[in-house]
Design a protein. Structure first.
Length: 263
């Protein structure tokens, strides 16, 4: 019995102390972000969007990526009628925080100003449902949920091991199994989102227009024309001057690398 109590105590400490250290390190970065962002917010409020964008970009360079900074950059470029760059930064913000409704609204508003209206291919219902669930939280949100589920699972195991009655043991066992499934799914969702952030395949067309070629060559056959602000997925990124891209409707072709910018 004493060995079980000692083992449970060690598991509980590993689940609570380690995440607390990570949260503390994030807090110092977050404080720097709030203090440095005031000048950019002031410039934006005064409608000096060029200056605000410059400060927001410098903050990204010094503090690292942030959904808030990218969102504000998108707003700056949208106000300057630079729609392609606005979409680029909105997309970058959405990659980091897919739960922000204001961000999703602004992105859709910017897309209404683009020339190309590409209808996405229809996925099966369960695929769409899975993606919507994965995007219902941020990476950090899924991590917090996974940690909470893990801690509660340990409590469920403790109830199963030490409860005096059979009904409590059944409750503890069932709860532990359900929470284990939640913990595993939360880690899978967080890992999938993190992989999308670290290995980005989305891109936005930045030139006013571009001819999509059938081969990675200027002499290739012209397939169709795209216009600035259009979202594409990079299929082949191995060549120096060309990238193979796929549209959301399934069309594929080659664009010059200089014509797009990776999200």
């Amino acid at each position: 019995m004493k060995s079980k109590i000692f083992l449970f105590f060690l598991l509980f400490l590993s689940a609570t102390l380690l995440p607390a250290q990570k949260m503390t390190s994030r807090h110092s970065v977050g404080t720097g972000l709030v203090l440095s962002k005031a000048a950019a917010d002031s410039a934006y409020a005064n409608e000096d969007y060029m200056k605000a964008a410059m400060i927001y970009r410098s903050l990204v360079d010094s503090l690292g990526e942030s959904a808030v900074l990218y969102f504000n950059l998108g707003n700056c470029y949208y106000r300057q009628d630079s729609i392609a760059r606005a979409i680029l930064y909105y997309e970058r913000a959405r990659l980091l925080d897919p739960t922000d409704d204001d961000l999703a609204f602004n992105l859709e508003m910017a897309r209404t100003k683009t020339v190309d209206k590409v209808a996405p291919a229809n996925d099966m219902f369960f695929v769409t449902l899975y993606h919507s669930i994965v995007l219902s939280l941020t990476v950090r949100g899924w991590k917090i949920l996974g940690i909470c589920a893990f801690v509660l699972m340990l409590i469920g195991i403790a109830v199963y091991l030490f409860a005096p009655t059979l009904s409590y043991k059944k409750f503890g066992f069932t709860s532990a199994v359900v929470l284990l499934i939640i913990c595993i799914f939360a880690n899978i969702a967080a890992a999938q989102q993190r992989s999308q952030i670290n290995h980005r395949t989305g891109a936005v067309l930045m030139t006013p227009s571009a001819v999509v070629k059938s081969t990675p060559s200027s002499s290739g056959t012209d397939l169709f024309i795209l216009h600035e602000g259009t979202h594409v997925e990079i299929v082949d990124n191995t060549m120096k001057d060309w990238v193979e891209v796929r549209m959301s409707d399934g069309k594929e072709g080659w664009l010059r690398r200089t014509e797009i910018e990776v999200i």
